[in-house]
Design a protein around this ligand. Structure first.
Ligand SMILES: [Zn+2]
Length: 264
């Protein structure tokens, strides 16, 4: 079995503030360690189910957070950005059996995480076919474009609840919940145990996690700054519909992710 893992930081156990997400900030140290531990836990779950090859994409900000010295032997780690439309999923292709998401967080427009955002912190929200879209949703479509089911997600509780709308059979582990600016988290070691178990269970039901691909994607992006909406409106196929909002229609996943790459 060959498994792909995309790892973000805003949904790992305990993390609460932007300073804790920034490489080089002293606040970051504890949470890059937890990001690494949760990644290792996911790998161990996959290995227990027979994974022989694991590809880990460090998918947060600098993409230089995970400590590769801690990763099991069968893991290859992608650091930095591949400069292609797959973004947080770069490295995935049709040869993988399953994809897993670790450390994922609520979307821009939701209050499930003090660090809620989608792809960039510059947006009020991104909607796909009328629904607020998280990175989980966008990246699930990227995976679906390669025919790879997403079987597992760990992150904040609200995101875990919302995952079922797109993929009713995904296994989720909520490591924390949010109340205003506060986060209430599990014990970090216990969170890792749950992640490992959750990954194991999820890999028993890979085919049930295939999602339907819509016939087209109606995308609406609302920017915090109106100048960003104006700039995006010059990309082919993108229309400005109000001072802060642009829209485009993508006929397939390639168009969805490529336009996003240039306008976000
Ligand atoms: Zn992130």
């Amino acid at each position: 079995m060959k498994v792909f893992i995309s790892v973000d930081i805003e949904g790992v156990t305990g993390i609460n503030s932007w300073s804790e997400t920034e490489l080089g900030n002293p606040d970051h140290a504890q949470f890059k360690d937890q990001m690494t531990r949760e990644t290792v836990a996911a790998c161990e779950g996959a290995i227990a189910m027979g994974a022989k090859e694991i590809f880990v994409k460090d998918a947060h900000d600098s993409a230089r957070n995970i400590d590769m010295m801690k990763l099991p032997k069968c893991v290859r780690l992608s650091r930095g950005w591949a400069s292609n439309p797959d973004s947080m999923m770069a490295g995935l292709d049709e040869s993988f059996d399953a994809a897993l998401f670790v450390g994922y967080h609520s979307a821009a427009g939701y209050n499930g995480n003090p660090l809620a955002h989608t792809m960039t912190t510059n947006l009020n929200y991104i909607k796909i076919n009328g629904e607020l879209a998280s990175e989980y949703v966008l990246n699930s479509y990227v995976a679906a474009g390669y025919g790879v089911p997403v079987t597992f997600l760990s992150g904040d509780k609200m995101l875990c609840e919302k995952t079922k709308d797109l993929n009713p059979n995904i296994v989720t582990v909520a490591v924390k919940e949010c109340e205003g600016g506060a986060t209430i988290s599990l014990n970090p070691e216990y969170a890792c145990e749950l992640i490992s178990e959750g990954v194991k269970n999820s890999l028993k039901h890979i085919t049930e996690c295939k999602i339907e691909i819509p016939e087209k994607f109606e995308v609406e992006v609302s920017y915090k700054e109106h100048k960003d909406a104006k700039r995006a409106s010059y990309y082919p196929g993108v229309t400005q519909i109000s001072p802060h909002v642009v829209a485009y229609t993508a006929k397939d996943i390639l168009e969805l992710k490529t336009t996003r790459m240039f306008i976000l």
